[in-house]
Design a protein around this ligand. Structure first.
Ligand SMILES: N[C@@H](CCC(=O)N[C@@H](CS)C(=O)NCC(=O)O)C(=O)O
Length: 199
């Protein structure tokens, strides 16, 4: 497998999971001109990281890549097999991507990611309101050690990396339960191994 990434980006999630499963992989860090190059657009027509090539398969979207890796290593039990547990896993995966991450991404886009003419600094207040709503839901729904009961799964990597992103951007997380959860997930050896690769 070959993972295409960039420092301080969503590609860290997928790298973290590759370390967690002990996969053989190659990491290709892009430089800014690569994103819109013909060769990379062939891999990800959206011109973003992460992207993964696994044999003939070209894959983009961090959640899809994490699910692919988790399914590829069934012995690691990082994606549930039983229907109800898998549905809970899906629920949190969609929540991370559409509810938890989006307000952070809105803040980031209007602070630095969008071209200057498209930035609306006032969006920050709205995004913070939405962030706090999402955190409240996470706090209420998190009543076990991990998002799918007592078993660590790939969705915990997605959630913890998003929470870390918030900390890095100094976006508040007041819930001790959520902070303890994030610390529990981040304390895995695979997190440090992935961080060392990205350094
Ligand atoms: N929903 C996508 C988002 C990917 C994304 O926005 N990646 C950013 C880095 S975190 C990127 O490559 N941005 C480059 C660009 O927008 O030109 C995912 O989760 O993989």
């Amino acid at each position: 497998m070959k993972l295409y990434g960039f420092a301080n980006s969503r590609s860290f999630r997928t790298l973290w999971l590759l370390e967690e499963v002990g996969a053989q992989y190659e990491l290709k860090m892009l430089s800014p001109p690569d994103f819109n190059s013909d060769w990379f657009l062939e891999i990800n027509p959206n011109g973003k990281v992460p992207a993964l090539v696994d044999g003939d398969l070209k894959l983009f979207e961090s959640a899809a890549i994490c699910n692919h890796i988790a399914r590829k290593f069934p012995e690691k039990e990082l994606i549930p097999q039983a229907t109800n547990e898998l549905s809970i896993y899906d629920q949190w995966m969609f929540f991370v991507m559409s509810e938890l991450e989006q307000p952070l991404w809105t803040m980031a886009k209007h602070k630095f990611a969008l071209p200057k003419t498209y930035r609306q600094p006032d969006m920050k207040e709205t995004a913070l309101f939405e962030w706090n709503k999402a955190l409240k839901a996470l706090d209420a729904g998190l009543n076990t050690s991990y998002l799918v009961g007592e078993s660590f799964t790939a969705v915990d990597i997605m959630a913890a990396q998003t929470l870390q992103w918030a900390e890095r951007f100094k976006v508040p997380i007041e819930s001790k339960k959520i902070l303890d959860y994030k610390d529990r997930v981040v304390s895995r050896e695979s997190f440090q191994q992935a961080s060392d690769k990205f350094a």
